[in-house]
Design a protein. Sequence first.
Length: 443
Amino acid sequence: MSHPYRSIPELFDLQAGGPLVRIPHQLDVPFTPRVRSIVDTAEFQRLRHISQLGLASRIYPGATHSRFEHALGVFHNALKFLWQLGKDERFAAAVSPHQAEVLIVAALLHDLGHWPFCHPIEDMGLVDLPPHEQFAAEFLSPDRELGAVLRSEWGITAEEVLDVLVAKTQSPSLSLTRSILSGPIDIDKMDYLERDSLHSGVPYGRNFDRARLIQSLLVNEAGDGLAISSKGKTAAELMVFARYVMFSEVYWHHAVRSSTCMFARSFFELHKSLDLPVLFQQSEFDVIRQLREAGAGTDVAPLLEGLFGSKRRLYKRVLELSLYQTPELYRQIAGRPYADLQRMTERLSERVAHELSCNIGPVAVLIDAPPIHKEVEFKVDIYYPKERKYYPLSHVSPVVNALARTQFDDYVKRVRIFADPSLSKRLTGHPQFVEWLAEAAAS
């Protein structure tokens, strides 16, 4: 039986060999003429100048990889998924070759609308912030080179791609393709866990069997998402744990969060004076330059210089709160709107200045807390062919069950208080500091 997607050039080249581009780690990514036509556009090339992990490179020096590299990795995963899932008769019946090509393009372009430092900026939930989906639509507009390439080289409309990236219409086949790009086991997570781990120089995100997981993919019982055969259960468990540890040890590492907190406070103070639609279409280098220029002479100038100046100067951790150690105070602060956190910070700073009889600036103390939105929960079914039954992975896995019974965010994302290095020594371990924080949070 021939493969239903064998006519797709990229899938054929994945198996038979052909033009390719190599990305870490030792991945041969098919690079057909029509893939090259997308990659060579100005809209796609801008991803070269946006780092995948943003401020994490201040702590992990190797983590300077770009969204350009990540996009190619996600595209490569899409081909792997489609080759495997095409062997599933239910998938092939639901997803036509054209829809498979739309998914391939969506995989390449899934980060198209992102701008430099997108995640820490979006986490603040500012009301006047343009959504990154708006930028994706703009970059795909008919008068842009990329939109023209999709029509002429792929026979795909911008609306088809955008409907996969941000759901506008509903159908089982669309839900199925969307679950490949954004779901419990998706091509995005599978790439960023491994790639971020590789470039950060840590092993945590690579300790799962990627090939085995892909080989176990199939359609779920409802036909609107992915499931895993029982042979992939262990690989799925390891991927769940890899994600947990990467959040704990890299994405929410205390020094990474110090950098993120310093950046967020600076952007919060400056964003109303900036032309955000124009700023967000620029390179990371240009965004940093404009922020430093806008912040010169303001209270946040030391924060920006500590992050981006010639000498790194990060704020120090004074206090850390977790759900299991300080549940009441943690719940008072975690998930609060960013503007609330800033008012809380102001009250805390005033109290610190009064109690320590010192004159400190309004940004000498910073509060970092988990944002309002939560991470995607890991809900996927395992299929046991002998029984012909699907079971939730959390029901058959003690590892996943332990994570499923608790909120992922509550255990990997701490509330932290950071302070200027000149002040942090006086606050760390101070017997009354927790009391001051509690009063600031309650008032």
